[in-house]
Ligand binder design. Structure first.
Ligand code: PLP
Length: 428
């Protein structure tokens, strides 16, 4: 690839597309011809491979009935482990340290139930005030289950500017009262990447366990969970990983914690060869598989087979490279074309701290998003004032990025957003 050197012309966008080594993957997705999809960080698009693997699993059900568990093309009984093996490289883990199971929120409950062990003065959980609400609800309810008051026992580190978190502030809050830390890998609004290695080192130096919510990073940026010695992590597979609405999530448990009893136990956490002994004594798997609960949701796992294969083939390093260049290009175009219209770029600009989306702030964001949709762009709105735009490496083009900014400029110049109310829709 030539070195990137910004030019505002559509010819430059086309040149970037020609040099794009991942460009051919776009043909593998269902892309609507008159629509530019910039929302792959909320719900990834369907690929033909994901559709194919789902249809294969359905066909096995049709043909084999219960024998699909062992004899299907993708034997259902081992599917969570098979998918863990395919996706472990995305987080820098060995296959045994990952399992594809549950949902983000359920997996968070499972991991807190397993690794939050309040003792003596160490009884509090550390999180941050910008975290995704579901994580906070889960932590509050886990504290209540232990008889603690979430008001006093859930510490939420403050952001200095409402957008970003400073690692120094997080570290300063790691006191002797903290038993467990849960933080995002990438903040869902501003797209900031936290320095996971540094935070893990600092937590461990104070005898605290740390886990990460990887929803906004897995599939967009590389991770080295095992090398960084992260204790555990959890994420969903329907955003950057294109697994489909409500597809099964994933969790990571560092191998040093193998043997920890699952806080929420169920028979699918058994050692595989013991499960059907039907004994009342659980013999947990000696891998992250121990943290599974019940029967896997096979039809919501199936699209991941095709999707994970694509990630394995494309390689997360190349995906990150294109994602960084696309978001840089988007920011450069915004700086160049939209400076008169009151936008603020709220994500960090440095590559080390920038995730997979651009976070564009504007006081009219809700209705600008409605206008964008009307004019053929699917953005993502986060109340009260954020337009998130995610150019996805496997299916968005540079020319689409260029067009989005032109459409946005037209909406602002002609005040087209004024025809809409500045309120969010039910699903935003
Ligand atoms: C999307 C997302 C979730 C969603 O959790 P589900 O259990 O899949 O509904 C949780 N946390 C973060 C940070 C997210 O981005």
């Amino acid at each position: 690839m030539q070195t990137y050197s910004f030019q505002p012309t559509v010819e430059y966008a086309r040149q970037l597309d020609q040099e794009d080594v991942l460009a051919h993957y776009r043909n593998e997705f269902y892309i609507k011809p008159d629509s530019i999809y910039m929302d792959g960080n909320s719900l990834g698009l369907l690929s033909k491979r994901a559709e194919k693997s789902l249809l294969e699993v359905l066909a096995d059900w049709k043909e084999l009935g219960i024998d699909g568990w062992m004899e299907g093309k993708h034997p259902w009984f081992f599917l969570p482990e098979t998918l863990a093996k395919l996706s472990a490289p995305l987080v820098g883990a060995s296959a045994e340290e990952v399992i594809v199971t549950g949902s983000t929120t359920v997996n968070l409950h499972q991991l807190v139930a397993s690794f939050y062990k309040p003792e003596g003065k160490r009884t509090k959980i550390l999180a941050d005030e910008l975290t995704f609400p579901s994580d906070i609800y889960a932590l509050q309810s886990q504290l209540r289950l232990h008889g603690f008051n979430p008001e006093t026992h859930l510490i939420r580190v403050k952001s200095r500017d409402g957008r970003l978190l400073e690692e120094e502030d997080l570290i300063a809050a790691m006191t002797e009262e903290i038993a467990l830390i849960i933080l995002p890998t990438v903040l869902y609004r501003s797209g900031q990447i936290l320095d996971m290695k540094r935070l893990t080192d600092e937590a461990h130096a104070r005898g605290i366990l740390i886990g990460f919510d990887g929803c906004h990073s897995v599939g967009a940026i590389p991770h080295a969970f095992s090398e960084w010695d992260v204790d555990f992590a959890f994420w969903c597979n329907y955003k950057h990983l294109n697994g489909g609405p409500g597809s099964v999530g994933s969790l990571y448990v560092n191998r040093k914690h193998f043997g920890t009893l699952p806080g929420l136990a169920g028979w699918f956490g058994s050692k595989k060869d013991k499960q059907f002994d039907m004994e009342h004594l659980l013999i947990p798997a000696d891998t992250a598989g121990a943290f599974q609960i019940g029967t896997p949701h096979i039809l919501s796992l199936a699209p991941l087979i095709g999707s994970f294969e694509m990630f394995q083939e494309a390689g997360i390093e190349r995906i990150r490279e294109k994602s960084l260049q696309s978001t840089q290009y988007l920011m450069d175009l915004i700086d160049f074309e939209l400076e008169d219209y009151g936008f603020i770029i709220g994500n960090p600009r440095e590559e080390k701290r920038r995730g997979g989306h651009v976070s564009l702030e504007h006081k009219e964001a809700a209705r600008i998003c409605k206008a964008l949709k009307e004019y053929g762009v699917v953005p993502d709105y986060r109340a009260p004032n954020i337009i998130r735009l995610a150019p996805i490496a496997l299916y968005n083009t540079y020319e689409e990025v260029w067009k989005v900014v032109q459409i946005l400029k037209n909406i602002m110049a002609e005040k087209l957003y004024e025809q809409y109310s500045n309120e969010r829709n039910v699903v935003a």
